[in-house]
Design a protein around this ligand. Structure first.
Ligand code: NAP
Length: 483
């Protein structure tokens, strides 16, 4: 089992750990302390080619044609192995990514449930019979595509890798995953456990630079479907490359999600929800409720309650049980978020709380305080761009119409939250909010069986749910006439 004591971490290809071509490595560090955890092999294009070849051979020889029932049982075995090792994997995630152990444990549990959910679907990937005239049979088949390529981000490394791999494997494909450079370790642990339940080569993991290893994976001619989770800019580039070789690409991209609180909401619940949606994972979430829209009549109370709660939330190393928020993933990310805060302050925006670095945290960790600005103009940079850190902006509205207008005033459309006890309004909002997911009176929430995907510039396609299987199959229409 991959261990944090190992200090060197190789690529995982064809069921075994292997050095990168030329022996190149890069450091991976603990964001909570700044300490070097170890060195990770950096896949070169030749390594990606080898991983794709291994996945292709396993698809052709075994996985692609396996009895779907047996494929499902293999996925269940994998989930069981992961369940036995869930605490160790969560520790790896916290050490490499920074999130609190509680958050990492929840991510790993969610990922295991995702594998279990898709394990149950392997023998339900089916076409349909179509009524056509004459004495002929017309039906559709859903066939696996072959090798699928997966590029994942650093905010939920384990959970989001599994989110796209599980339906791909369940549909009979094999896979190559390129994890984010800042957080490769949990993906390597994932591959190692997969090899104990699935055939060698079914899942290969090639850490390395996005612009090198990621690019080769995206462009590789034998990679027949792509799944990308990350920034909108990179996603658009990958989408164009997918089109050039005519393969489907699911793109799960950025967000600037509104969290709308009406005066008839249960305020305690709404405050807790705003904290959870704004600051979980240090706010490094595509689905962060980073724009808090509050009805004018309750705005002062909500802001006061929120500020009080944030000022009393301990920030510290993810491994420390008392910490309710961990560090940012890297010094670079911390500086980028700080710059947003500094610009906002120089523009005279009203800082309610936070904005600086917390006391009593390890000196070389990448910590920021939970930060709240109020009365933020809708056209300010802070209100429009995805900050991807522990920063929430408060905006006020007069009535429902204005709330919806502000909520939809963004190029993103990933997730929208609203708190109200008026069920008629809740129904209207579920139609009017421009987002791939709308949650009323709860934030944030998702399940493996619930489709997740963005509208507008937040993406194309869906992960999770039955729909995700569609992305990883090709449909064939068959006509059959008696001779
Ligand atoms: P990113 O910079 O786009 O990177 C994401 C992944 O793409 C990383 O593995 C990266 O590798 C790789 N990559 C970069 N350039 C590439 C290229 N030219 N070809 C192939 N791969 C390439 O995004 P991020 O900063 O890691 O993640 C944050 C973003 O993800 C935010 O915008 C967030 O909203 C979004 N996100 C969306 C969802 C969703 O479900 N919609 C979920 C989570 C995050 P390197 O690490 O080596 O650069």
């Amino acid at each position: 089992m991959l261990s944090l004591e190992d200090k060197t971490f190789d690529l995982f290809i064809g069921g075994e750990f292997t050095e990168a071509a030329g022996g190149q490595t890069a450091e991976t560090t603990n964001p909570g302390t700044g300490e070097v955890i170890g060195h990770v092999a950096q896949a070169q294009p030749a390594d990606v080619d080898e991983a794709v070849a291994s996945a292709h051979a396993t698809f052709e020889d075994e996985w692609g044609s396996m009895d779907p029932y047996k494929r499902g049982r293999a996925l269940e075995d994998w989930a069981e192995i992961l369940w036995d090792r869930r605490d160790r994997i969560a520790k790896v995630e916290t050490t490499d990514q920074g999130k609190t152990l509680r958050e990492a444990q929840a991510d790993v549990a969610f990922a295991i449930k995702t594998i279990e959910y898709y394990a149950g679907l392997t023998d339900k990937v089916q076409g349909e019979e179509i009524p056509v005239p004459g004495s002929r049979l017309n039906f559709t088949r859903k066939e696996p595509l072959g090798v699928t390529g997966h590029v994942s981000p650093w905010n939920y490394p384990f959970q989001l890798a599994v989110r796209s791999l599980a339906p791909a494997l369940a549909a009979g494909n094999t896979a190559v995953l390129k994890p984010a450079s800042w957080t490769p370790l949990s993906s390597l642990a994932l591959a190692e456990t997969a090899s104990q339940a699935l055939p060698d080569g079914a899942l290969n993991v090639v850490p390395g630079r996005g612009s090198l290893a990621g690019d080769r994976l995206v462009e590789h001619p034998d990679v027949r479907a792509l799944s990308f989770t990350g920034s909108t800019d990179t996603g658009i580039q990958i989408g164009k490359k997918a089109m050039e070789k005519c393969v489907p690409a699911t793109l799960e991209l950025g967000g600037k999600c509104p969290n709308v609180v009406f005066e008839d909401a249960e305020l305690d619940k709404a405050t807790k929800g705003a904290i959870f949606a704004g600051y979980m994972n240090a706010g490094q979430m595509c689905w962060a409720g980073s724009r808090l829209l509050v009805q004018e009549s309750i705005a002062d109370d909500v802001v006061d309650n929120l500020a009080h709660a944030l000022e009393n939330t301990p920030v510290g190393p993810g491994t420390d049980e008392a910490s309710q928020m961990g560090p940012l993933v890297s010094e670079q990310r911390k500086q980028e978020v700080k710059e947003y805060i500094e610009i906002a302050e120089s523009e005279g925006l009203d800082l309610v709380t936070g904005g600086g670095e917390p006391d009593d945290v390890p000196e070389d960790g990448h910590y920021l305080e939970q930060t709240l600005f109020k009365d933020v103009p809708r056209d300010s940079q802070l209100a429009r761009e995805e900050v991807f850190g522990p920063v929430v902006t408060v905006h006020t509205f007069e009535d429902e119409e204005e709330a919806v207008e502000i909520a939809n005033d963004t190029e993103y459309g990933l997730y929208a939250y609203a708190y109200t006890s008026d069920m008629g309004r809740a129904m209207r909002l579920s139609e009017e909010l421009e987002a791939g997911v709308v949650s009323i009176n709860e934030s944030p929430i998702t399940f493996p069986q619930s489709p997740f995907g963005g509208h507008k510039e937040s993406g194309i396609g869906h992960e999770q749910g039955k729909e995700a299987i569609e992305h990883y199959t090709k449909q064939k229409t068959v006509f059959f006439k008696q001779p």
